[in-house]
Design a protein around this ligand. Structure first.
Ligand code: ARG
Length: 256
């Protein structure tokens, strides 16, 4: 009996050690940063068939980490769970084409902005709509909990019947494709990518001039200044040494 118990001891030790490694502390002092993202937002983040996560955001966070002598591991958390994961320290930071806004700033600390964006409307090519408000009474697909959802709610009210929320943006776009919604509101970079890659003959992107400019930032748990400082320092480095521009050009072409 005693012997058997002793046998378990090294195993227990190993398990404790291994699970301890995966656990995040407050960041900063670790060599491998765990990064969360909703990897369904090309070209910013997507998951390949083999599970590998790639995209503009992934290259940016890797470059930032490298500039600071850190390594990163990026995991797909999904969109809503990403916020929770950062809050609970399951990941050290989140990069996910995430717009900096006052509501989120109350709960998380954001890096300096690293990308400019705006909301756009994805519509069938035949549509003559020029402004979001002209879509009154129509079904509009958005990813729940995004700024795309926020602009629709701002225009038509929080309980607008035509608002259809999806867990991810591809879900909303699929439903536009199948005619279950009349339009999708999402970030310009993503909509352009869809048009470029598979939908350009049937769909168009409409820019509503009333939409506010947005800026993407990287989030960390509120108060994690050590990690935030590193991220900002790394971002500054890659912006001044040409790395940022190199990555940018690779995904979006020459900067205007
Ligand atoms: N920029 C928008 C927001 O912050 C949409 C971001 C969605 N990102 C994603 N990876 N699904 O609300």
């Amino acid at each position: 009996m005693k012997k058997r118990r002793l046998l378990w001891l090294p195993l227990l030790l190993m398990v404790t050690l291994i699970s301890g490694c995966g656990q995040s502390n407050d960041g900063g002092s670790k060599d491998v940063l765990e990064i969360g993202t909703d990897a369904a937002y090309p070209p910013f983040e997507k998951q390949k068939g083999n599970g590998e996560i790639t995209g503009f955001d992934v290259d940016i966070i890797k470059a930032i980490a490298k500039a600071e002598g850190l390594k990163v591991h990026v995991q797909h958390t999904g969109w809503d769970p990403l916020f929770e994961a950062v809050k609970r320290g399951k990941v050290d930071a989140g990069i996910s084409a995430m717009t900096i806004n006052p509501e989120r700033q109350k709960k998380f600390d954001f890096s300096k902005p690293y990308f400019d964006a705006k909301q756009t409307i994805l519509l069938p090519k035949s549509s003559k709509i020029k402004r979001l408000k002209e879509l009154k009474g129509k079904k509009i697909g958005v990813q729940s909990g995004t700024t795309g959802e926020a602009v629709v709610q701002k225009t038509f009210g929080k309980t607008y019947q035509g608002l259809k929320g999806y867990e991810d943006t591809p879900g909303a776009i699929d439903d536009l494709y199948n005619g279950r919604v009349d339009a999708v509101v999402a970030d310009d970079g993503v909509v352009k990518d869809y048009l470029k890659n598979r939908m350009k003959n049937q769909f168009q992107m409409v820019e509503d001039p009333s939409f506010e400019p947005e800026y993407y930032g990287i989030i960390v748990k509120k108060g994690n200044k050590e990690l935030l400082d590193k991220i900002n320092a790394g971002l500054k480095k890659i912006q001044s040494n040409g790395t940022y521009d190199e990555i940018y050009t690779q995904y979006f072409g020459e900067k205007k």
